[in-house]
Design a binder for this molecule. Structure first.
Ligand code: 17E
Ligand code: FE2
Length: 417
């Protein structure tokens, strides 16, 4: 079945383009394509981008914020972990899947087609991990899910935490997780980083650590993670999530580190809405923003992407999977609003996320890649960002996941209609 999508605006293309889709793949992208017997859809000059990637989400935590005892009064990361620890026991696989499905629905309807989720494995029964492994298979036609074997309560601060992480990998998780800044002493944090790299090499998995999610400028586990990943030659398969403390360290240290991140090819994920909310809580004024150095990392040639992180969990009361909302917050908080930065801001929720997830062999708008893309309700990248444009169409491997009619306004005033 051939399909021809006509008249698409692509970022950086001078003229409108046509996209030819056959057998779920792009077979041609050019200004004017003649194709016989192809179903033709006119996109009216609207912006076409690759699908949104949410590279960091906790699907096992979604919609738990209002549970008995789950409310986080201080709004800090550490109270979030404590509240979760006290209330997480007992959720059934069915309940976890029901909540996670609802969150996937929100994300996919907002244009996401790729999610990397953490699954808390500090639970001897590994119920959440097993539930998410089942969901990864159940939902694979509408979303690609990667799962991180993530020890929320520590590899060493929690009994047999490191063994549980390893068991998660054996059961089929895609990535090794960790949380060095939460271990009980710096030495144990370092030990957990060594362990994560060792497990990634042993099982041939990706790495994604919650790393330095704190305003403490002495929390510097990303330094060791980068060095070990570089020495193993797996920097591009390695991700540091959060790295909030980089927003608090001195410049001499930060610039030395950024050169090392670049050399190793490390990926960074920033969660703008969560970390502007969770960090800076022990500051009076001036009050820190709590985000990593997104603008400066990008300038140093380091890959950075944005993520949702939470949907109504003990860490963050809101969240709805709408990556355009995340992006809007991120470019404001990180002051990335030159016109050139705005024109390429969508990279932070598309291609940069795809690079982090290591899915670039099939991802992107180019012949030979999966015919997966979004049509946004905007004529240009600038207007998409300025208007926080919605998604009018989401296509996955040549199949329409959904189409949407833009809202219509009626008014007796011509100017308002
Ligand atoms: N767990 C964690 O350690 N940090 C977070 N931001 C969330 C969960 C949401
Ligand atoms: Fe997280």
């Amino acid at each position: 079945m051939k399909k021809l999508y006509r008249n698409a605006t692509l970022i950086d293309a001078k003229a409108p383009q046509d996209l030819l889709v056959e057998e779920g793949k792009f077979t041609a992208i050019a200004p004017h394509i003649e194709a016989d017997a192809a179903e033709t859809i006119d996109l009216g000059g609207r912006l076409v981008v690759p699908p949104y990637v949410d590279p960091h989400l906790h699907l096992d935590y979604v919609y738990t914020a209002r549970g008995e005892g789950a409310t986080n009064g201080t709004g800090t990361l550490f109270e979030g972990i404590q509240r979760w620890s006290e209330t997480k026991a007992g959720a059934s696989s069915e309940e976890i899947k029901r909540r996670a499905r609802q969150a996937v629905r929100e994300e996919v309807r907002a244009g996401v087609q790729y999610i990397r989720t953490h699954a808390d494995v500090t639970d001897p029964s590994l119920t959440a991990l097993k539930a998410l492994l089942e969901l990864r298979e159940e939902l694979k036609d509408i979303v690609t899910i990667q799962i991180v074997s993530f020890p929320q309560e520590g590899m060493y601060a929690y009994p047999h935490g490191a063994e549980l992480v390893e068991e998660g990998l054996r059961l089929g998780a895609d990535c090794v997780g960790g949380i060095p800044h939460y271990e009980l002493a710096r030495e144990f944090g370092e030990k957990s980083v060594h362990k994560a790299v060792e497990l990634a090499v042993k099982y041939d998995k990706l790495i994604d650590l919650h790393c330095d999610e704190t305003d403490d400028d002495q929390s510097r586990f990303v330094e060791l993670l980068t060095a070990l990943a570089y020495m193993e030659g797996i920097g591009e398969r390695t991700t540091a999530s959060h790295t909030c403390s980089l927003g608090s360290v001195n410049n001499a240290y930060a610039f030395r580190m950024m050169a090392n991140f670049r050399r190793a090819g490390l990926n960074f994920i920033s969660c703008p809405t969560e970390n502007i909310y969770l960090e800076g809580r022990q500051d009076s004024y001036p009050k820190r923003r709590g985000l990593t150095r997104v603008k400066e990392l990008l300038a140093a040639g380091v890959n950075v992407c944005f993520a949702q992180d939470s949907i109504e969990d003990p860490w963050y009361p809101l969240g709805n999977g709408n990556m355009m909302n995340i992006l809007d917050h991120g470019i404001h908080i990180c002051q990335m609003m030159s016109f050139a930065e705005i024109d390429h801001a969508l990279d932070l929720i598309t291609t940069n996320g795809a690079r982090t997830l290591h899915i670039e062999d099939t991802y992107g708008l180019a012949p030979g890649k999966d015919a997966s893309f979004l049509v946004l309700d905007a004529p240009s990248p600038f207007e998409a960002i300025r208007q926080r444009a919605g998604v009018l169409r989401s296509v996955r491997r040549g199949e329409e996941l959904f189409t949407r009619v833009p809202a219509q306004t009626r008014s007796k005033y011509d100017l308002l209609a």
